[in-house]
Design a protein around this ligand. Structure first.
Ligand code: ADP
Ligand code: ASP
Ligand code: MG
Length: 820
């Protein structure tokens, strides 16, 4: 026999009932088949609410109306679809049951309480509706049906609302039932009967357990749990979109996963079938062709970690005190007191100093637990041997489960590192002695992030980077275009998914947590109704959407924004920027960003600050951290000045060369901003600070490419007129250099701790001699690179190379979990 259990969503409406009957009929053609049914979706919750309403004096009409609105159309549809389906009779039986329920509710209203057996009766009616309807449907489709009454067959022990099935006794009962190999067996889930033949419940979501028990007592060849997902996944597929479907897992793994919260099967399901070595299949009613997940003795060894699950509504109880160390039998007394109250303990940890014992319980039991402990340790508490019992609510347990953990090193390291990198505090830790699971107690509000990041670190070879891009002018616009062009390759070849979740400029901000479509983004932003972003809004975006690796990309040149990087990092963002403002303002802020980055485990990356896309900052940082130190630096760091000086060398006057650069779009809107050398000074300051000099802009000895009095002018024409006056002076310098075989370059340097920028005449032996035409060149003489310096040379300006530099910084963040 095969036992097939169908959950609430599988019997939610008439179409689903037909689906289920198709699956049952199909199975019945191959082997004897039994169906265990849940209540149609939502019905049990409504019945539970109905009882609650009765206890507080309500007549329950609201819930009854809702139950009718689900069941009546269901019966009606089947009645119309199948000639032999006796809708009238079914409806009548349904109404009779509702009358019975109503009478009990009236009684509850009078009593003001609901006796447990009455509660069990009412709450199990949903299952009886499913059996009633399926019985009629199978008959209407020409099949014989055998009904197994769980109340007289599944013999239980324990509380009325959460009983356990005694398999031996139930087996005996089952043997006594008349068999009918031709018929499809039907049994309602969720309930059983005690020794007195009274109806009891098996606990919420207990139909899976009902099916497992039926499989065990009927010696079934397989137990199938049919639900609304394709099988057991590495994580709840509704919570993590790239959850991995597992083909196979061991009973023990399944038990542990469900115990720690994987709702796909009830934690008690596995024990009865494991005991009789009955394989269990988890299948999708909406995709019967799918293979599903097989739960059996052996696991799939190729996947050492099977899943990550979470349990919410947990309270952490901490019992500690100076007297605990020597107190013999302390743990025994504590746990006996708790178990006497029938409180189940989800997880225990004890510090090796024996100074404290912490354990987790379901929050609904917290008050009872406190009373039980205080009662048991009345004297000790009074004498101060124990500290007052501490119970912290709103906790959750997150667990990593897998048989392979035993032989695989580093699982717990990976787990805790992932949690730490998402800035999640761990309150307590437990590892099952079977080495099949590791659990951490964390704040309930952090569960989504915890699951996402742990899943990413255990299961996903794909790294997700969530970007908020501010400023979509030249560099920002080009960056988005590059991301769009690279998207497919990054995602499918390199396993990196870049998701732009926010785009903004000074006026508007648009966001989409699933990733903004970047087509026509400029127009969409311009026409957006949404106003500019605020840090609070971005903070909420990170928190509400549980982003684990968000990156703020500042492509503006805005100083105010640059001065907010610390706030952004504290809100959880990495910061990537070509904007030089943050690195060139006060040294305190410069240092503050780095301290915050370290503290918050965030990265601040700014490769494009110097030399655009050239690998300058990173190279320098790598050298210095490998123990190298700077002896001397010399470089051409302005693409514009490099171009202008090159043209002068070819014979143009300075003003002509400047105009030429302007017309080609190589200069700032006001070319004076290039010629005054300020931009170079800022870059030099960044390099100097990078090398460890505690220096400021004022400390740089600076001479513009052109004397400042010739850089005046409200308009371009005025500036050009001034420059023309300077041409003769400049030409003299050029000629003088030429006479000694040199050329003029605008050079930034660091020598003996002094930063300078200004014009230098360099000879052919100088690495900067040949650098012109818009190129940058940076020569570092260091302990490791001497006497020939390390030279980094190439185009150091332009939106394409700058955006590429920014993008390469962004991509470095994919490794942040390992770097953290
Ligand atoms: P049923 O009504 O069929 O008993 P449940 O809602 O009780 O269905 O269980 C199925 C749900 O379990 C799925 O819809 C899914 O969201 C959830 N779930 C949680 N963890 C997992 C997991 N690891 N694998 C599959 N599903 C899971
Ligand atoms: N209908 C019951 C519940 O919702 C049992 C089950 O579906 O497993 O708890
Ligand atoms: Mg279920």
């Amino acid at each position: 026999m095969r036992v097939l259990k169908f959950g609430g969503t599988s019997v939610a409406d008439a179409k689903r009932f037909i689906n289920v009957s198709d699956i049952a009929i199909n199975t019945a053609t191959q082997t004897q088949t039994a169906l265990v049914l849940s209540a149609p979706a939502k019905i049990t919750n409504l019945l539970v609410a109905l009882v609650k309403s009765g206890v507080s004096g309500g007549d329950g009409s609201e819930q009854i109306t809702q139950i009718r609105s689900i069941i009546e159309p269901l019966i009606d549809t089947l009645d119309r679809q199948y000639d032999r389906f006796d809708g009238q009779r079914i409806l009548k039986e349904f109404n009779t049951t509702l009358d019975l329920v109503q009478r009990r509710i009236d009684g509850i209203v009078l009593l003001g309480v609901c006796p447990e057996p009455v509660e069990a009766f009412i709450e199990s009616r949903g299952e009886s509706f499913s059996i009633l309807i399926m019985h009629e449907l199978l008959k209407a489709r020409g099949y014989k049906v055998r009904i197994v009454d769980p109340v007289t067959t599944l013999i239980t022990e324990g509380g009325v609302l959460e009983s356990s099935v005694n398999i031996e006794k139930s087996k005996e009962r089952y043997k006594m039932l008349p068999d009918d190999k031709e018929a499809i067996t039907l049994m309602s889930g969720f309930c059983g009967g005690n020794e007195n033949g009274e109806l009891v419940l098996l606990g919420r979501n207990g139909s899976d357990y009902s099916a497992a028990c039926l499989a065990a007592i009927a010696d079934a060849s397989c137990c199938e749990i049919w639900t609304d997902v394709d099988g057991v996944y590495s994580c709840d597929p509704r919570a993590v979109s790239d959850a991995v479907l597992l083909k196979r897992m061991s009973y023990k793994e399944a038990m542990e996963l469900s115990y720690f919260g994987a709702k796909v099967m009830h934690p008690r399901t596995i024990a009865p079938i494991a005991r009789f070595h009955i394989p269990c299949l988890i299948k999708n009613t909406l995709n019967p062709q799918g293979e599903g997940t097989l739960i059996a003795e052996d696991t799939d060894r190729s996947i050492p970690i099977k899943g990550i699950s979470d349990l919410k509504n947990i309270s952490l109880v901490n019992v500690s005190g100076p007297g605990m160390k020597g107190m013999v039998g302390m743990a025994g007394r504590l746990f006996s007191a708790i178990s006497a109250e029938k409180i189940s303990i989800v997880l225990i940890t004890q510090s090796s100093s024996e100074y404290s014992i912490s354990f987790c319980i379901h929050t609904q039991d917290a008050m009872k637990a406190r009373a039980a402990i205080e009662n048991e340790f009345l004297l000790e508490l009074k004498e101060g041997l124990l500290d007052p019992v501490e119970i912290v609510d709103k906790k959750a347990i997150i667990s990593v489960v897998g048989d392979g953990m035993k032989t695989m090193k580093g699982t717990s390291g990976k787990f805790f590192r992932a949690l730490a990198q998402a800035n999640i505090n761990v309150n307590a830790i437990a590892q099952g002695s079977s080495e099949r699971s590791i659990s951490a107690v964390i704040d309930e509000g952090k569960v989504s992030e915890a699951i996402a990041i742990c899943h990413m670190s255990f299961f996903s070879s794909r790294q997700v980077l969530d970007l908020v891009v501010l400023g979509i002018g030249g560099v920002g616009g080009e960056l988005l275009a590059q991301i769009q062009r690279q998207h497919h390759k990054l995602k499918y070849v390199q396993g990196i998914e870049i998701r732009v979740v926010g785009v903004g400029n000074s006026k508007h901000f648009i966001k989409d947590i699933n990733g903004i479509d970047l087509d026509n983004i400029q127009d969409r932003l311009k026409n957006s109704e949404d106003s500019a972003f605020s840090i609070d809004e971005l903070r909420r975006l990170v928190e509400d959407s549980h982003l684990v690796n968000p990156v703020l990309v500042d492509c503006t040149s805005n100083e105010k924004l640059a001065l907010s990087y610390i706030d952004f990092m504290q809100a959880g963002f990495h910061v990537v920027t070509p904007n030089k403002k943050a690195n060139t303002c006060s040294y305190e802020y410069y240092k503050g960003i780095r301290d915050t980055a370290r503290k918050c485990h965030r990265k601040f990356l700014y490769e494009a600050n110097v030399g655009a896309g050239l690998p300058v900052i990173n190279t320098l940082q790598n050298l210095l951290s490998a123990g190298d130190s700077l002896i001397e630096f010399k470089g051409i760091m302005s693409g514009t000045l490099s171009y202008i000086f090159g043209k002068v060398e070819e014979g143009m006057s300075l003003s002509q060369a400047t105009m030429d650069a302007y017309e080609k779009g190589f200069t700032e809107p006001n070319p004076a901003d290039d010629l005054d050398g300020m931009d170079v000074a800022r870059k030099l300051l960044i390099l100097a600070r990078e090398c460890g000099y505690r220096t400021d802009l004022d400390d740089i000895v600076m001479e513009g490419a052109v004397e400042s009095r010739f850089l005046k002018g409200a308009t371009l024409d005025e500036l050009m007129a001034n420059l023309r006056e300077y041409d003769a002076i400049f030409d003299k310098k050029v000629q003088k250099a030429k006479e000694s075989g040199r050329v003029l370059r605008y050079v930034a340097s660091i020598r003996e701790g002094q930063c300078r920028c200004g014009i230098e005449a360099v000879d052919v032996s100088d690495p900067l001699y040949k650098v012109s035409g818009g190129e940058n060149a940076l020569a570092f003489t260091t302990d490791y690179y001497k006497p020939i310096p390390l030279v980094i040379r190439g185009y150091g300006a332009g939106t394409a190379v700058t955006a590429a530099g920014v993008l390469s910084d962004i991509l470095r963040l994919q490794n942040w979990t390992r770097e953290g």
